[in-house]
Write a protein that binds this ligand. Structure first.
Ligand code: ADP
Ligand code: ZN
Ligand code: ZN
Length: 682
């Protein structure tokens, strides 16, 4: 007879059912180790076995004893996840209206959730073995300027929760501020005999290698790991476990890293906090920035949000004093200054194949001086549409409300919204005309034109098409950093974060469409994107070796206030005007929103579902708008509609959503619906 009695173990499982499940643990022997909250365990579920997370342990259950099944295996080889981590998952689940199990378990590496624990055991063994990594190249920190020093001091003196907006112009050395703050906090904790970890989030996978390199070089004796979606399962498992065991002092990663287990977390940094890729757009539609702030508050530690172009949400918090605001007004490298921004008025100047003569001469000048240029065009492919002059046929996608884009090197028409791909038709499908015309310009077409204009120049295009192969984006950026590229051409992939040293010219092609978007965030996004891409120029020390850097924007709306603010590098002015517009129009950050989307074979059934959802529950302090078709109504053969909910009170919206989603789940329907809290695309 065992001295220990059996226990009831409550588990979160990865199922759409919004409940937790009770299992029984029975000691097999006297020294059998009892389960602990935060451990993973294998349990029977229906006729399957699954891995779940232990979220509570008690002596009793609300279920009848004969209904309760036995827990199969506890994963004792891993220390339990912390209560903070479980609370984080629970918060995310509640806030985004998903079951806990669907949040907590999928955020773990696959190898931890696999029934077979071999991969997990291998990873643990590998981590326990002495490291054979070569000694890293070390680097010394530059001497910080006075603004950087003040920022580091303000960030690292905090021992409690504090949220800081580090508002620093492009090239102002925000990275140094992060690294010095991390160093100060890690050293302080070590001196006081505590383990410590720092999490640094970046928006884009392609930025992790650059950051990882500088972090490793700066902290040669600390364990640095990264977490992002392009790691192999083995790598991801090892990085994750290293963070979970507290071995990794610095964890770098993209948005998914915000859900990592970091038992000794003492500082969180969110670089380029405004970036839309911090928002996950499928499954659990979370904002990594918002979860990071929640984590910092729950752990009572500092969090730093860095950007040259903060989001309106963060800017408003900084203005209202909810966030501490620190400013870096100058570029960090000696005598480096912000580039001069000029507009090319395309109403008056005629372009040749998409490039205006002043931009062409500026490119030529850079080529003659051996300097780099960057052309930014946020449209991939050769031409956004193909068209027949004779009958008016146009390359519509038959499954989406979108055009099929011409991809000339691949000789294909591709829809960027579904997987549809066709050979370029030899003649018009309607009238047989063999002279089909590309309309408009994408990166491939500009690339072709550049090669004709400058046959000796080394032109490199970076976009989603040129970087399909794993690792190819990294390789392409490395080529630019090595100086083996004269003209870099690309989509928003090239606009972010990179510290190109010999780049003195940025050309912006055709940015105007975003000015007239129905999405109220489009201008905020455009302004940020343009300031960021402009910020790639003139980052190196201005010692007279390179020409003064400049940005040329081709626009038909040269008087538009957005471009006027861009010319003056006036983020504050732009933000003040934007926030005032949002306030008067009753838009975020002054109201809180949620969006219910439905997709179905017919638009009518999608709209009918939303209409029914609209009238499902009584509500107060919430506006539920009429259901409307989405702007891009059809994607991959399904019709899509949406219903927007708004409230002045986040709490009112949250409590309504909880009951509402519960009701929605009971609705007999076969159509697919999803709810997004704090949507960023409307
Ligand atoms: P940001 O992230 O603010 O755009 P970075 O952190 O990339 O800027 O820094 C821009 C450049 O300035 C980098 O090349 C960096 O090495 C350099 N730099 C940063 N701080 C200093 C400093 N105090 N003195 C000299 N160079 C610096
Ligand atoms: Zn035709
Ligand atoms: Zn399509």
């Amino acid at each position: 007879m065992s001295s220990m009695s059996s226990l009831i173990v409550r588990m979160a499982l990865d199922t759409p059912l919004a409940i937790e499940f009770d299992y029984r643990w029975q000691p097999q022997s006297d020294d059998d180790t009892p389960p602990r909250v935060g451990q993973l365990a294998q349990v029977p579920f229906g006729r399957r076995q699954v891995i779940g997370l232990i979220v509570a342990i008690s002596e009793t259950s609300d279920y009848a004893p004969e209904k309760i099944r036995d827990i199969a295996v506890i994963r004792h080889q891993l220390p339990p996840l912390s209560l903070h981590w479980i609370a984080l998952s629970r918060f995310a689940a509640d806030y985004y209206q998903r079951p806990l199990g669907e949040v907590a378990l999928p955020s773990l590496p696959k190898n931890l959730r696999a029934l077979k624990s071999t991969a997990l055991d291998t990873a643990l063994k590998k981590l326990a073995a002495p490291s054979t990594a070569p000694d890293p190249v070390t680097s010394t920190a530059p001497i910080l300027n006075s603004e950087q020093v003040a920022a580091v001091a303000a960030i690292s003196k905090a021992r409690n929760y504090s949220a800081t907006l580090l508002f620093g112009v492009t090239g102002s050395g925000k990275t140094e501020v992060y690294l010095h703050s991390a160093e100060t906090i890690l050293a302080r904790e070590r001196a006081e005999g505590r383990l410590a970890q720092v999490l640094i989030l970046v928006p884009e996978i392609n930025l992790t290698p650059q950051l990882e390199k500088s972090v490793r070089a700066r902290f040669p004796h600390l364990t640095v790991v990264s977490l992002h979606s392009q790691l192999s399962e083995g790598e991801r498992t090892r990085s994750w476990i290293s963070a979970h065991l507290g071995h990794a002092s610095l964890v770098l990663g993209t948005r998914l890293a915000v859900l990592a287990s970091l038992p000794h977390l003492k500082l969180i940094v969110i670089d380029e906090e405004h970036d839309p890729s911090y928002k996950q757009q499928e499954g659990l539609r979370y904002s990594a920035r918002d979860l990071a702030i929640w984590r910092a508050r729950d752990l009572n530690i500092p969090v730093v949000l860095g950007s040259a172009t903060p989001s309106m949400e963060s800017w408003q918090h900084a203005e209202s004093g909810r966030y501490q605001k620190l400013v870096l007004t100058q570029r960090a490298a000696a005598q480096a200054v912000l580039p001069r921004v000029s507009l090319i008025d395309m109403e008056r100047i005629k372009a040749q194949d998409g490039l205006a003569p002043p931009l062409i001469s500026a490119l030529r000048e850079r080529l003659e001086r051996g300097e780099q240029s960057l052309l930014f065009l946020n449209r991939r492919g050769y031409a956004p549409v193909v068209h027949c002059d004779a009958c008016g046929w146009i390359s519509n996608c038959r499954r989406c409300t979108a055009f099929m884009v011409l991809h000339k090197p691949e000789r294909r028409l591709r829809c960027h919204h579904c997987s549809l791909e066709l050979r370029i038709p030899a003649s018009c499908p309607t009238c047989g005309n063999v002279d089909l015309q590309p309309m408009g310009r994408g990166t491939q077409r500009i690339e072709e034109h550049l090669q004709t204009l400058f046959p000796d120049a080394r032109v490199l295009r970076i976009d989603a098409d040129s970087t399909r192969k794993k690792g190819s984006a990294q390789e392409a950026f490395a080529t630019v950093h090595r100086g083996d590229v004269d003209i870099l051409l690309g989509t928003q992939m090239v606009a972010k974060g990179h510290d190109f040293q010999r780049l003195t010219l940025v050309g912006v092609l055709n940015p105007d469409t975003a000015l007239f978007s129905h999405d109220y965030r489009a201008s905020e996004r455009l302004f940020a994107q343009l300031m960021q891409v402009a910020g790639r120029a003139g980052r190196a020390a201005g010692n007279g070796e390179l020409s003064p850097s400049e940005v040329l924007v081709q626009t038909r709306y040269a008087q538009h206030p957005l471009y006027r603010a861009l010319m003056k590098h006036d983020f504050s002015g732009f933000a003040a005007a934007t926030l005032e517009e949002r306030r008067t129009a009753g838009l975020p950050p002054y109201v809180f929103q949620a969006l219910l989307r439905a997709e179905a074979k017919t638009l009518d059934s999608a709209l009918a579902f939303l209409q029914k959802a609209r009238d499902l529950l009584p509500h107060q302090n919430i506006v539920i708008n009429d259901p409307v078709p989405m702007t891009m109504t059809r994607v991959a053969g399904l019709e899509r509609a949406q219903l927007l909910l708004e409230s002045n009170s986040r709490a009112a919206l949250q409590s309504f959503l909880k009951n509402w989603v519960h009701e929605l789940r009971q609705q007999p329907t076969r159509l697919r619906w999803s709810l997004e809290v704090d949507p960023i695309d409307i």
